[in-house]
Write a protein that binds this ligand. Structure first.
Ligand code: SF4
Ligand code: SF4
Length: 334
């Protein structure tokens, strides 16, 4: 199976219950950013620049758990910043999984994994999600530091040897070579990596190097090639989202599908854009003018095709038609 049965059944039951309750808008994945501090300053990263003035601010463990309760999404993606610079991360992960029954993706650049691995216990609901944008030369260039790729690979080897689930997260930029990504995934599969998240870069206006980003046409050309080369890998991109990335289908975005909570509050409208912050989840859902956002409505959305905006749409679409439901079910169980 592509995902653990526990995750698939948890998500399906949650979506059915929200629909039965008549919820028009509901989240699927909480993007939790307890801290924005990071031990890197990657070229394409908006966070370390957007929150420059409040890098030392942190959410407490209780605030993080409270955010997860408020939001209710069954999956929590813990990001940042670098989550492993957060001192009480092992406790937070253990409580999200144990107390709140959440499925957790811990998104890390890998640099501190070997140092802190002894503080975590393998669990069917915990995935280490390692950021890797290419082979050594490319990845180290993007993160602007030598040796990061090598450390991330060593971290993956150690995580797998200790029985942890591991997936990787790859952002595709203008200069990304599809063949290099296929070669990277081949190496990672040999190390036992369980699955691969892949998404086009979003052009943060705050990012240092704008030339690394692509428009929609360029993204689609790149993903047609990637789809051919990556057909044998356990991609976590759903078939409906792949149709969208390769131009076979249009999707609208679902900005509330992956809401973001960080030390500044609930970020509105989405993981990528920030127009305001709210102090509670209900205000985020009720006071954000959702109709103003998305391609054709906000120029900042024009070239956005990232998974946090469009995978929730794909998940909702899968429940609407028989053909999409069968394709998505088959994709999940194979
Ligand atoms: S490791 Fe992640 S949070 Fe840190 S600078 Fe790079 S992209 Fe940003
Ligand atoms: S299109 Fe992208 S940037 Fe715009 S609201 Fe949706 S997810 Fe956010």
């Amino acid at each position: 199976m592509r995902f653990p049965l526990s995750l698939t059944s948890k998500l399906t039951a949650y979506m059915l219950s929200r629909k039965k309750a008549g919820a028009g808008r509901f989240p699927l994945v909480l993007m939790l950013e307890p801290t924005h501090r990071c031990n890197l300053a990657c070229k394409g990263c908006g966070r370390v620049r957007e929150y420059r003035g409040m890098m030392t601010a942190e959410m407490t463990v209780e605030e993080c758990l409270g955010a997860s309760r408020e939001c209710g999404a069954p999956v929590v993606s813990v990001a940042g910043g670098e989550p492993l610079v957060y001192e009480r991360m092992p406790e937070l992960v253990e409580r999200l999984v144990g107390e709140l029954d959440r499925h957790v993706y811990l998104c890390t650049n890998g640099l501190l994994v070997r140092q802190r691995i002894g503080e975590f216990k393998p669990d069917g609901s915990l995935y280490f999600n390692i950021h890797l944008d290419g082979l050594a030369g490319t990845h180290n260039l993007i993160v602007e530091r030598g040796g990061v790729f090598e450390e991330a690979m060593a971290a993956i080897r150690e995580l797998k040897s200790k029985g942890f689930h591991v997936c990787t997260n790859t952002t595709v930029y203008r200069e990304t070579s599809p063949q290099e990504i296929a070669d990277l995934f081949g190496l990672l599969r040999d190390l036992g990596v369980d699955g691969f998240i892949i998404s086009p870069a979003y052009s943060y206006s705050q990012a240092k190097s704008q030339e690394v980003f692509m428009d929609r046409a360029a993204i689609r050309t790149k993903f047609v090639e990637l789809e051919k080369l990556l057909s044998g890998f356990n991609l976590y991109a759903s078939p409906i989202y792949m149709d969208f990335l390769t131009g076979r289908r249009e999707l609208s975005c679902t900005p509330w599908g992956n809401p973001t909570r960080n030390p500044a509050g609930w970020r509105s409208p989405c993981y990528l854009l920030v127009d305001s912050h709210f102090s509670c989840f209900t205000d985020l859902m009720e006071k954000t003018p959702w109709g103003k956002y998305g391609p054709g409505r906000d120029p900042r959305c024009e070239n956005c095709m990232v998974h946090c905006g469009f995978e929730p749409t794909a998940a909702m679409e899968a429940g609407r038609g028989v053909r999409d439901a069968i394709r998505t079910f088959w994709w999940q169980i194979t």
